[in-house]
Design a protein around this ligand. Structure first.
Ligand code: HEM
Length: 677
C-alpha cells in the first residue's frame, strides 16, 4: 500500500484521538450515537491506520505485515503493535479488526484520559466530555501544521468536504471511517454534492478505504454476537429472598450481595400478578453501567409517574441525552463545593444555632435530629429561605410519592389520603417563599444561589425549563438534603457506636476548629485523614441510595445475559459494597481499606453516589458538608447510641431510600465546650 508522504513525527494527536474528537457531540457531552460495536470497530480501524501511516505495519488485500516493531512511545498504539508482531502468522486487516475490537472500550477510555491530560477535552462528573476552551489547538498544532496550525479537526474535515481542498492523508482516513459509521450527516449538513465528494475522498485514500472496508465487514458481527451468546436469566424464588438473612435487618446492599453470590450478576424476581423485576449487580456490572449505560438504558420511564405527582415533566433525574447534559451544566454551580465554601461562615453559624438547643442527658430521634440539622444549612444556602417548619411534610410527601409511584411498594391511592393532600400544599409554599425573597431588591448584594440560577434559566428559556417544573426544582435541594441528613445519621451512629473512632475524629475536629473556624483551604486531606476515610466507610456500609432504576431502550447483553427492550432494571449499584472480592470482611468497619496499597475504593465496586450520566450532582458539596457536620458535632459534643441493642447491630428502614431504623436515638452524653467558642 502506498503511503503519501507527510511529516507525522511532530503530530501530537493520533488518528484514534482525532476520530474520538470527531465523534464527540458537545451538546450531549458524549459521542454521536453510533452502535457500540461500530464505534469500537472504527476506533480499531483508526489505530491500525495510525500504525500504517507511521510505517510500523503495511497492508494489502491479502495480509497485514509488521514492518518495524519499534515502539512508538504511545500507550495506545504500542500494545497493539506488540500483539500483532507477536502473532506467528499473517492475517488480513479484517481479521485484526475483529480480533482487537474487544479492547476498544478500554482503548477509548485511555484516549479520553489522554485528551483530558493534554487539555484538549474537559471531563465533567457523570461521564461527560466537552472541548476545553483553551489554547490547546495553537499549542498542539502550531508545531506541525503550518497554515492549519490553529484549526480544529472538525473545521479541517469540514473544509476538506465542502471547500474542495485536497485532503491530507489523515483527514481522508478520518472521513472514510466516519462515512463507514454513517455519522457524517449528524456532524455536517450534507447535500448531494458533498456526499459525492465524500465518496471521492474515500476512493482516493487507499489506507482509509482498506481499513474502512475491514471495519464495515465487522459490523454484522456485533449484532450476531449479541444473541448467539446470551444466556437465560435465572429466577430467584420468592422464598429465597424472604429467607435471606439480611431481610430482617433491612440491609438492602447485603441482600443483593448474597443474591449476586448465589445467582450471578443478572437475575429476576417474578412477583405474582406483575411483570418480572430484573436486577443486575456486581463490580463488572457497575463498570458496564458506567461505560455503556447511556446507550442502552434510560431514566425517563421509571420517573414519569413520579413527575406527574408534582405536575412536572423533564426533571433532571428523568431526562437523558443533550437536555440532560444542559440541565446538569445549568445546575452544577448551585450544587458546587465552591458555593458552599464561599458561605462557610453562614453554614457554621446555622449549625451552631441548631446545636444550641441540645441539652446533656436529652435523647433525640436520630433521623429527625440529623435531617433538621442539615436542612438548617442547605435551605438558606441553596434557595435562601428557612424551611424547618415545613420540611417534615415536604419529605413525607416525597417519600410517599416514591413508595407509590416509583418503588411501587404501596398502592397509588395512598398518596391521596387527607394527610397527604395537606402535605402536598407545602410544595407550593416553598415556591412562594423562594419567590418572595428573589426579587431584585432582596437579592442585591447577596451571594448567588441555586434559585437565582433556576429562575433566570426559566425566564430565558421557558420551553426548556417551564414554570410547571419550578415547584419541584425549587424544593429539590431541600428534598435532597434529607438524603444528606440520613447520611449524617449513619455517620453519627458509626461514630457513637465506636468510641475509639469518635476519639480520633474529635482529635481532628479539635485541631481544625480549636483555633477559629476553618476556611476552605484548611480542609486538606491531611487534616481530614481519619474523618475522610471514616465517611467513605460509612457510605460503603450504609449507602443512602443503594440502587438505581432504569428501563432498557436498546437490547443489550450484560455479563452474557440479554436484557430485553422495555424491561425495568434495578441496578444494585452498592451490592458490591458487601462482596468479599471487592471489600474483604465486608461487615467489618475498617477505614484502612482506603489507604495504599489496599485502595479498595478505587474500582467501580464502590458506588455510593450512583453510576454513569445521572451520578449525584451534589457529591462534592455534600461530602464537604457531611465532614463539617460530623466534625462540628464531635468538637462540641459526645453523643451515645440508644437503645443499647443498636450498639451491637443497626437495623435499617430501606424504603424508599436507606436510613437507620426510626427507633434509633442519640443521647447527648457530654457537651465538651461552649458553642460560641
Ligand atoms: C449522602 C447524600 C446523597 C447521596 C447518597 C446521593 C446519591 C445520589 C445518587 C445515587 C444519585 C443517582 C440516582 C440515579 O442514578 O437514579 C443522585 C442523583 C442526584 N443527586 Fe444526590 N445524593 C445525596 C445528596 C445530594 C444532595 C445534598 C444534593 C443536592 C443538594 C444532591 C443532588 C442530586 C441531583 C441533582 C441528582 C440528579 C442527577 C442527575 O439526574 O443527573 N444529592 N444522588
Amino acid at each position: 500500500m502506498s503511503v503519501a508522504t507527510e511529516n507525522i513525527a511532530t503530530h501530537e494527536l493520533t488518528l484514534p484521538q482525532e476520530l474520538v474528537l470527531m465523534f464527540l457531540n458537545e451538546e450531549t457531552g458524549y459521542f454521536h450515537q453510533v452502535p457500540g460495536w461500530n464505534l469500537n470497530c472504527a476506533i480499531i480501524g483508526a489505530l491500525l491506520a495510525e500504525l500504517l501511516v507511521r510505517y510500523r505495519i503495511d497492508a494489502d488485500g491479502e495480509s497485514l505485515k509488521v514492518l518495524d516493531r519499534t515502539e512508538t512511545g504511545n500507550l495506545v498504539l504500542d500494545p497493539i503493535l506488540a500483539r500483532i508482531a507477536d502473532e506467528p502468522e499473517e492475517h488480513t486487516v479484517e481479521y485484526w479488526v475483529e480480533r482487537l475490537v474487544f479492547r476498544a472500550p478500554s482503548i477509548i477510555e485511555l484516549i479520553l484520559e489522554r485528551l483530558v491530560e493534554q487539555n484538549v477535552l474537559d471531563y465533567h462528573e457523570g461521564e461527560f466530555w466537552t472541548l476545553a476552551r483553551t489554547s490547546w489547538q495553537t499549542e498542539v498544532y502550531a508545531k506541525s501544521r503550518g497554515s492549519t496550525a490553529v484549526e480544529f479537526v472538525k473545521t479541517r474535515v469540514g473544509k476538506t468536504i465542502f471547500d474542495n481542498e485536497i485532503p491530507s492523508l489523515r483527514d481522508a482516513i478520518i472521513i472514510c471511517l466516519l462515512d463507514t459509521c454513517d455519522v457524517l450527516r449528524f456532524i455536517f449538513q450534507l447535500d448531494d454534492e458533498s456526499e459525492e465528494r465524500i465518496k471521492l475522498i474515500c476512493r482516493m485514500s487507499l489506507i482509509g478505504r482498506s481499513v474502512a472496508e475491514a471495519v464495515a465487514s465487522n459490523f454484522a458481527g456485533g449484532t450476531l454476537q449479541r444473541s448467539v451468546l446470551a444466556k437465560s436469566i435465572p429466577t430467584v424464588p420468592l422464598h429465597k429472598l424472604l429467607l435471606n438473612p439480611h431481610v430482617r435487618t433491612g440491609n438492602i446492599p447485603a441482600i443483593f450481595a448474597e443474591l449476586r453470590k448465589e445467582y450471578g450478576p443478572v437475575f429476576q424476581l417474578r412477583p405474582p400478578f406483575s411483570e418480572p423485576l430484573y436486577f443486575i449487580g456486581g463490580p463488572r456490572v457497575n463498570q458496564w453501567v458506567q461505560r455503556n449505560g447511556r446507550q442502552y438504558l434510560r431514566a425517563r420511564d421509571y420517573f414519569a409517574d413520579f413527575e406527574k405527582v408534582y405536575g412536572a415533566s423533564g426533571l433532571i433525574p428523568a431526562v437523558d441525552g443533550a437536555d440532560h447534559f444542559r440541565l446538569r451544566k445549568a445546575m452544577s454551580p448551585g450544587y458546587s463545593r465552591e458555593r458552599l465554601e464561599a458561605q462557610l461562615d453562614e453554614v457554621y453559624r446555622n449549625a451552631r444555632t441548631y446545636m444550641a438547643d441540645w441539652k446533656v442527658g436529652d435523647s433525640y430521634s436520630a433521623r429527625s435530629l440529623c435531617r433538621r440539622m442539615i436542612n438548617a444549612q442547605i435551605s438558606p444556602l441553596t434557595v435562601s429561605i428557612e424551611s424547618q417548619d415545613i420540611v417534615d411534610d415536604l419529605m413525607a410527601y416525597k417519600e410517599r410519592g416514591l413508595c407509590t409511584h416509583v418503588a411501587r411498594v404501596l398502592p397509588k391511592f395512598m398518596l391521596y389520603t387527607p394527610g397527604m393532600r395537606r402535605r402536598a400544599k407545602v410544595v407550593d409554599e416553598v415556591t412562594n417563599r423562594v419567590q418572595r425573597v428573589h426579587t431584585p431588591a432582596q437579592r442585591a448584594g447577596r451571594p448567588r444561589d441555586l434559585a437565582d440560577d433556576l429562575l433566570s434559566l426559566q425566564a430565558s428559556d421557558p420551553q426548556f425549563l417551564p414554570e410547571s417544573n419550578m415547584p419541584f426544582m425549587l424544593s429539590a435541594p431541600l428534598l435532597a438534603s434529607m438524603y444528606l441528613g440520613d447520611a449524617l445519621s449513619f455517620a453519627v451512629y458509626a461514630m457513637a457506636a465506636q468510641p475509639e473512632m469518635y476519639a480520633r475524629i474529635q482529635k481532628e475536629a479539635d485541631a481544625l476548629f480549636g483555633d477559629g473556624d476553618p476556611q476552605g483551604e484548611d480542609f486538606t486531606l491531611e487534616a481530614l485523614d481519619v474523618t475522610h476515610r471514616f465517611l467513605m466507610e460509612v457510605m460503603r456500609m450504609y449507602p443512602v441510595v443503594p440502587m438505581s432504576i432504569r428501563n432498557v431502550m436498546n437490547t443489550c447483553v450484560v455479563e452474557g445475559f440479554e436484557l430485553p427492550v422495555g424491561a425495568r432494571i434495578h441496578i444494585a449499584t452498592t451490592a458490591s459494597h458487601y462482596l468479599e472480592d471487592a471489600f474483604p470482611e465486608p461487615f467489618t468497619f475498617d477505614i484502612d481499606r482506603y489507604t495504599a496499597p489496599r485502595n479498595e475504593h478505587r474500582s467501580r465496586a464502590y458506588a455510593p453516589y450512583g453510576l454513569g450520566t445521572h451520578t449525584c450532582l451534589g457529591t462534592r458539596l455534600m461530602e464537604r458538608q457531611l465532614a463539617i457536620n460530623v466534625l462540628m458535632i464531635a468538637h462540641y459534643f459526645t453523643l451515645e447510641v440508644s437503645p443499647d441493642k443498636f450498639k451491637r447491630k443497626l437495623t435499617f428502614s430501606p424504603f424508599p431510600s436507606n436510613k437507620p431504623s426510626g427507633k434509633l436515638k442519640f443521647v447527648i452524653a457530654e457537651q465538651r465546650r461552649e458553642l460560641s467558642a
